[in-house]
Design a protein around this ligand. Structure first.
Ligand code: G3P
Length: 218
């Protein structure tokens, strides 16, 4: 399973890239706004840190302007993945960009039907938002299960399931059990994956016993 980080904070991305666990980055207009920086500058900086796909989202809602924005974004670096909303114009742009060999991430997916048409449009990634479904009392992970099953019925569909709007490690583990291809995690959730109280307790005990030996490895 690939891990992407869902942020436009380049200091966080640098630090997480050093962990060796990072396979890509996703951003969206809200995350760019939070960074307080210009989109072209931030995406260029992220692409220089991370080798894998870096999702940069168009801001237009009509096909022609989406394509013009995509042309600007894809020039930034070879690993820019164009993120498009799940609308008729977004999927039309997805199809056109896919035909030109550009990586695409179709975002704001909330149903299996939407995921199916995104795959038919040739999306490289489909981004179902699990946390936002949970927020309205629906089961976000159930949607992941449905999409994984549907895509599995059609081996010719190459779209990867990218679990988005992840809120906690249980989302990550459930996504992995279901066989999702990617999860994009807020930095805080990625860091949570390391932790277990028994690891901390065990390490403290080992260090105490080691000190008692008076030895040094170096
Ligand atoms: O980048 C898309 C997605 O991960 C947003 O998550 O937490 O704003 O629902 P959230």
């Amino acid at each position: 399973m690939k891990f992407f980080v869902d942020t436009a904070d380049t200091a966080e991305i640098k630090s997480l890239a050093e962990s060796g666990l990072l396979d890509g980055v996703t951003t969206n207009p809200s995350l760019i706004a939070k960074s307080g920086r210009k989109i072209l500058e931030v995406i260029a900086e992220i692409c220089a840190i991370v080798e894998g796909p870096v999702s940069a989202e168009v801001a237009a809602t009509d096909y022609e302007t989406m394509m013009r924005e995509a042309a600007v974004l894809r020039k930034i670096a070879h690993n820019v993945c164009i993120k498009l909303p799940l609308t008729p114009d977004g999927l039309r742009a997805c199809k056109a960009l896919t035909n030109e060999g550009v990586q695409t991430n179709v975002t704001l997916c909330f149903s299996a039907a939407q995921a199916l048409i995104a795959a038919k449009a040739g999306a490289t990634f489909i981004s179902p938002f699990v946390g936002r479904l949970d927020d309205i009392g629906q089961d976000g992970m159930e949607l992941i299960s449905e999409i994984v099953d549907i895509y599995g019925n059609y081996p010719a569909l190459t779209t990867q399931v990218l679990v988005a709007s992840v809120r906690n490690p249980i989302h990550v583990i459930t996504a992995a059990k279901l066989g999702a291809d990617v999860a994009t995690l807020p930095p805080s959730v990625l860091r949570m994956l390391y932790h277990h109280p028994l690891t901390d307790k065990g390490l403290a005990a080992f260090l105490k016993d080691w000190q008692g030996t008076g030895q040094s490895i170096l």
